[in-house]
Ligand binder design. Structure first.
Ligand SMILES: [Zn+2]
Ligand SMILES: [Zn+2]
Length: 259
């Protein structure tokens, strides 16, 4: 009985793969129903979420890194990046898994703006693989994805950070909370703004629902970390709601301003 059900499930999955083919999260080509076989690749039984040719294309962040935000630094002797030296941080510590380079810039564009919600599976898995040590050390009680404004949710149909938090939650067993905090303001794309403008536009962007009390240790989850103004603004609100230690994890992290 169970065998039949399993066979049915596989057949069904095969059907879905034909109707809605999966794409490689790094080159955006169609992966076939046989898993890791890309249209251009031949290897079977590899990574089912990216094609063989894309192995190693996402570059993990290595030392030297900022001791606070985990951003890659140019010089080994520095302890903190320019942003963490200049401004108060409401989070304890954080980490980004991959360098925010051209490959990741395009990939994140597909993930956020071109409907490739399926990439959450690859990025969520990498987020987990890359942060196992941190999670063990931090012992978080809860994951909170950076919320998006409801008008953006209506346009996009999903919150990419929410999908990442769901994946991370499923892999780590740490619960995720996507209801306690909301985004009150729809902010313009931060990448076009100066650091000063970014900080100002993040003022009172997030608010907690009435009566929300958060557990002690919370991890913020997001797709990209650049200057940290978004994560910092959210961390401040989480602290006001009772979180004593706030950490963050992102798939990508920008390189320091002065490289
Ligand atoms: Zn690929
Ligand atoms: Zn830093």
């Amino acid at each position: 009985m169970k065998k039949n059900a399993n066979r049915k499930k596989t057949e069904w999955n095969r059907m879905l793969d034909i109707l809605y083919p999966r794409h490689c999260a790094l080159c955006h080509e169609i992966l076939t129903a046989k898993g890791a076989v890309c249209l251009s690749g031949e290897i079977r039984g590899g990574d089912p979420l990216i094609c063989p040719g894309c192995r190693g294309r996402a570059v993990p962040v290595t030392e030297p890194k900022c001791k606070k935000c985990g951003k890659p630094l140019a010089v080994q002797e520095q302890e903190y990046c320019a942003d963490c030296r200049r401004r108060p941080r409401y989070f304890e510590e954080g980490a980004g898994i991959f360098r925010y380079d051209d490959v990741m810039r395009v990939s994140m564009g597909y993930f956020k703006y071109r409907g490739r919600a399926e990439y959450a599976e690859f990025f969520g898995r990498e987020l987990y693989r890359g942060s196992v040590r941190q999670l063990e050390r931090w012992q978080p009680d809860l994951l909170i994805p950076v919320p998006i404004h409801r008008s953006r949710m209506a346009e996009r149909g999903y919150n990419q950070a929410g999908l990442l938090a769901e994946q991370l939650s499923a892999l780590s067993g740490i619960p995720d909370d996507q209801v306690s905090i909301r985004r009150k303001k729809r902010t313009a794309a931060l990448k076009k703004q100066t650091p000063e403008q970014r900080r100002k536009s993040m003022y009172r962007v997030f608010a907690a629902k009435k009566g929300v009390r958060l557990p002690k240790r919370v991890v913020i989850v997001d797709d990209i970390y650049t200057t940290g103004s978004t994560v910092n603004a959210l961390a401040k609100v989480l602290r006001q709601c009772g979180a004593e230690k706030v950490y963050f994890l992102t798939v990508c992290i920008g390189t320091g301003e002065k490289m």
